[in-house]
Design a protein around this ligand. Sequence first.
Ligand code: COA
Ligand code: MG
Length: 287
Amino acid sequence: MTAPRAFLFVPADSERKLAKGAETGADALILDLEDSVGADRKPIARDMAAAWLAARAGSAPQGWVRVNAFDTGLTMGDLAAVVRARPDGIVLPKCTGPADLRTLDAALSALEAREGLADRGIRVMPIATETPAALFTLGGYAGSPRLAAMTWGGEDLAAGVAAKANRRDDGSWDELYRLARSLTLAGAAAAGVPAIDTIYADFRNEAGFAAECADARRMGYAGRMAIHPAQVPVILSTFSPTAAERAWADAVVAGFAASPAAGVISIEGRMVDRPHLVQARRILGLG
Ligand code: COA
Ligand code: MG
């Protein structure tokens, strides 16, 4: 299964959005049981998420479920309701650190066994910066069971530090959120999984979104989460290699193949050494 670049959040209690989400071209839907679903709608959202997962065709996007956070008391019920419908993955909000993924792993293994599913077939993506304390754990995710990707969140983090806003007047992330974004990138790389950038709430601002996606891609992010269908094509195009990047990568791989003993070569008038070969192979999907 290829790693998703574009994840689209869909409130799991919305029939209309569940139907629409599958047509957006997103690699994965995140069926949300958490913040976009009101307290009285949680039970129906569980049922609708499970029904969508059970009914989806092979051509449908991957189906991930964002459960409620451990401190709500709802998480185990959410998992019990959806695991039987075989989600591709679970998104864990307000993850406080790698220990939470071990708790989640044990719960998922029990439910997989109950349903006769392969152990550890369901993967996990933590939202790893939603509490202030979680920022200090981001280097510890290597070896976490089921870890498929890491992402971050700036809304709950802002609430956690009593910030009035998480962006500056010019629209850019304030310092704490830049730090969270950078540490998530480093933490994901250290754990050997892709980093997925957070949502962009101002969904009518196409130019702002496109610019921030380009920034994330330059940094090393592999994809992004969307909240609106219009954001999906921007993510898919931004997080795919351009023709020029592919041509450069082809030239680098061919250059080193022609001089296997060389530590450094010259491509298009620039120095290229071993880290560039790693990058070129990644662009070409050569691992
Ligand atoms: N997934 C699937 N379909 C969506 C969608 C989504 N996330 N967001 C909007 N749509 C659909 C709408 O239902 C509408 O379809 P229709 O024309 O068939 O009725 C169409 O796309 C256009 O939507 P639009 O009118 O531009 O937006 P809206 O005002 O209806 O909705 C939001 C705006 C923010 C409420 C909505 O985009 C949304 O629910 N996003 C996800 C929120 C979420 O999950 N948050 C949790 C993570 S932070
Ligand atoms: Mg939240």
